[in-house]
Design a binder for this molecule. Structure first.
Ligand SMILES: C=CC1=C(C)c2cc3[nH]c(cc4nc(cc5[nH]c(cc1n2)c(C)c5CCC(=O)O)C(CCC(=O)O)=C4C)c(C)c3C=C
Ligand code: FE2
Ligand code: FE2
Length: 341
């Protein structure tokens, strides 16, 4: 029997510093997130980051937490429920870090008699810190606990026409009654090193190149190049919306530590735009399928404040696709395509 496992990033169980510390410990000890040798990672995470970050992050989580729980989890649950409503095979939800775990999601499917699982990482663009770590952990769990199961996965869908269409229409609908000068496409950042590590050609990607020569040059590296896939998402959306070059800009947010991350940085660009006379700025965050700490706090709250303090007037944080009905239909069509094959 066939079944589906949707997988998102995950959130702490609550906004207590203790739960946030536990969650960040699991997240940041992942070798595909902080990709340094184990001993160095242990010192960095357990010896340094976990001593100050949980308190700061817990404060941020408190600002966005809902009565029902973490927005990321609640919105992922709503998506799963709507998909399940339209599907006749079991659809389960799991998180890469925290709860519900991938192991519990697979167990839930197993209990319903599922042996053939479609794993759907809820990330439009591939990154080793997101898609890859989900697939690696799922395979480890399969070998250890679910050897009778067979897995297929939905690869990064940043270039799929139907995804671009729902994303572009969600932007258009949200901004329909608003006056805006520029749309910023803000993607979660990754260290430049991650881009080099994921380059299957070992020589194509140049993550610090601000002219995107490598991203525009056709290469098999693009199948796993986060930077290329982000710019390609922007390119296809602006083409669909028929935007002029001066009406949009791509940036990267949420950096951690002192290594070089993908640039230009969102926070610095928001400030620069306001200082240079942009009055009405809209921000869309296409690396996230569900609204979360990084969109609700870092962009909508912090970014909005920065913009106004630097002289901007109106700041619009465009919601993620969340449980948008057209998005649900696209997901159902991809599941059906696999199911009927
Ligand atoms: C080295 C650190 C990090 C990498 C690499 C990274 C990549 C990455 N993350 C997301 C999506 C999300 N990240 C979220 C929170 C978050 N991310 C990091 C660090 C890295 N992310 C931290 C420390 C945190 C925790 C919050 C904080 O302390 O600031 C979230 C939100 C989770 C929530 O509960 O709402 C998401 C979603 C992507 C897509 C990505 C690479 C492409
Ligand atoms: Fe992150
Ligand atoms: Fe590139």
């Amino acid at each position: 029997m066939k079944g589906v496992l949707l997988v998102n990033l995950g959130s702490p169980d609550s906004t207590s510093t203790k739960d946030v510390k536990k969650y960040l410990g699991e997240f940041l000890m992942d070798e595909r997130v902080i990709d340094v040798p184990y001993f160095l990672r242990w010192i960095l995470v357990k010896g340094i980051i976990l001593n100050f970050r949980p308190k700061k992050s817990a404060k941020a989580y408190k600002k966005i937490w809902w009565d029902e729980g973490s927005p990321l989890i609640v919105l992922s649950e709503r998506l799963q429920e709507k998909i399940q409503h339209k599907e006749d095979i079991p659809v389960a939800l799991a998180m890469r870090y925290g709860n519900p775990s991938i192991k519990s999601g697979l167990q839930e499917l197993k209990d319903k008699g599922v042996t053939d699982v479609l794993i759907v990482p809820l990330y439009p663009q591939f990154a080793m810190a997101t898609t890859e770590t989900i697939l690696v952990l799922a395979e480890e769990l399969r070998q250890k606990h679910f050897p009778e199961m067979r897995f297929t996965d939905i690869p990064a869908f940043y270039h799929k026409e139907e995804y671009i269409k729902v994303l572009a229409n969600s932007i258009k609908d949200y901004l329909a009654d608003k006056e805006w000068d520029k749309i910023m496409f803000s993607y979660h950042g990754v260290p430049e090193r991650h881009i080099r590590k994921s380059d299957v050609t070992k020589s194509h990607c140049n993550p610090s190149d601000q002219n995107f020569i490598c991203c525009k040059t056709k290469s098999e590296a693009h199948q796993f190049c986060y930077k290329h896939q982000c710019y390609e998402t922007t390119r296809q959306v602006v083409e669909y919306l028929d935007l002029k070059p001066e009406q949009y800009f791509t940036t990267f947010q949420s950096r951690l530590g002192n290594d070089p991350w993908l640039q230009p940085y969102t926070d610095k660009t928001i400030e620069k735009f306001a200082e240079n006379g942009v009055e009405n700025l809209a921000v869309v965050t296409p690396a996230f399928v569900s609204d979360c700490l990084e969109t609700l706090e870092e962009i909508a709250m912090e970014g909005g404040e920065e913009f106004v303090e630097a002289g901007g007037k109106n700041f619009y944080a465009i919601p993620c696709l969340n449980d948008n009905n057209d998005w649900v239909d696209v997901m159902v069509s991809w599941i059906d395509e696999w199911k009927n094959n």
